[in-house]
Write a protein that binds this ligand. Structure first.
Ligand code: NAP
Length: 314
């Protein structure tokens, strides 16, 4: 059991967590930041980030996250490697259980992010991140100008990604395992009607080709009705089969929506129904999911934390 009660513990080191760390550190709260299994978060798996304001020529995702971490450290944020497995948020002192160790704090900012769901087919993992397999059209679409790409999935995300990619790609295949889209009607109609999008219905991805060369050269798909296999000649594959918010450790302690995302109280993006517990970034946002929106929520959560601690101190 930890003997120190921290002012604030921030769980997560993606854009949201590190921005909270910068703000709470600059407010002299000496935050403790718990780093999980992917230090730096999802951006560390992207090569070039071209849409984060302030970097006119883009910045490497890993470098951006290192910069944020350095900035937080400069103002006094402390970092420890720890995976939260369960929590007790009932009393004025919140407890986070991480294996053998229990951390205690007056306030908590949860910025645990979300993990994109992956298909698990051969070649996907090997060519993920800068080699042709990606989970973010907004981040990586511009790299596929005049090339053919494939989007996997049939929900709103897949349609949104496919439509966005038509700005760059010469052709977008939308590979869906059924013959109707799960997406909202307006998105589905727009997607199916787009001249650059070719629907690949009733088809599941089988293998990403190009592992030997270190870059995607095609996507093998199988029609689930005819069992026929074919190869789509694509250079980019955008996996959009949903995200999984990293909220398991908080089940029962905080309100989650049906998909597992944290549900802030009405009128706030970051306040939860438990006083002193705030959420930020992709674990509480399935709509925008951008580095800059996560950073914005991290800033909001930090300011709310400062105010909450000031009101409840002494
Ligand atoms: P989603 O609605 O859960 O859709 C996931 C899609 O991936 C489904 O079509 C599913 O197929 C398919 N899929 C799942 N596992 C698969 C696998 N292993 N292999 C192949 N295909 C697989 O996820 P989402 O599209 O990310 O949307 C999540 C939530 O955010 C939704 O509520 C959505 O409405 C919302 N959202 C809204 C907007 C917007 O309003 N602009 C944009 C993005 C997301 P099946 O259909 O066969 O199950």
């Amino acid at each position: 059991m930890s003997s120190t009660v921290e002012n604030v513990i921030i769980v997560g080191t993606g854009c949201a967590g590190l921005t909270s760390a910068i703000y709470t550190a600059r407010a002299n709260l000496s935050p403790l930041v718990l780093e999980g299994s992917l230090p730096g978060g999802q951006l560390t798996t992207t090569s070039e980030v071209e849409n984060f304001p302030g970097f006119p020529h883009g910045i490497d995702g890993f470098q951006l996250m290192s910069n944020l971490r350095e900035q937080a450290t400069r103002f006094g944020a402390r970092f420890e490697q720890a995976m939260v497995s369960s929590v007790d948020l009932k009393g004025p002192v919140k407890r986070l259980v991480c294996g053998e160790k229990t951390y205690e704090a007056k306030a908590i900012i949860i910025a645990t992010g979300a993990s994109p769901r992956m298909t698990g087919i051969p070649g996907e993992k090997e060519l993920y991140g800068g080699k042709g397999v990606t989970t973010c059209a907004t981040c990586d679409g511009a790299f596929y100008r005049k090339m053919e790409v494939a989007v996997l999935g049939g929900g709103d995300s897949a349609c949104e990604e496919a439509l966005f990619l038509t700005r760059f790609a010469s052709k977008v295949y939308l590979v869906h395992r059924r013959d109707t889209l799960r997406a909202s009607r307006i998105m589905a109609e727009r997607t199916v009607a787009h001249p650059k999008i070719q629907m690949v219905w009733d088809s599941v991805p089988v293998e990403v080709e190009g592992v030997q060369a270190g870059a995607v050269s095609g996507l093998k798909v199988r029609n689930v009705k005819t069992q026929a296999e074919s190869v789509l000649p694509v250079k980019g594959i955008f996996v959009a089969i949903g995200h999984k918010p990293n909220s398991e450790a908080f089940v029962g302690a905080l309100e989650l929506d049906e998909a597992g995302y944290f549900k802030p109280v009405l009128g706030s993006q970051v306040r939860t129904s438990v006083p002193g517990v705030f959420v930020a970034g992709d674990c509480a946002d399935h709509v925008y999911r951008q580095a800059i929106t996560a950073a914005g929520m991290g800033c909001q959560a930090a300011i709310e934390t400062e105010r909450w601690l000031a009101e409840h101190e002494g």
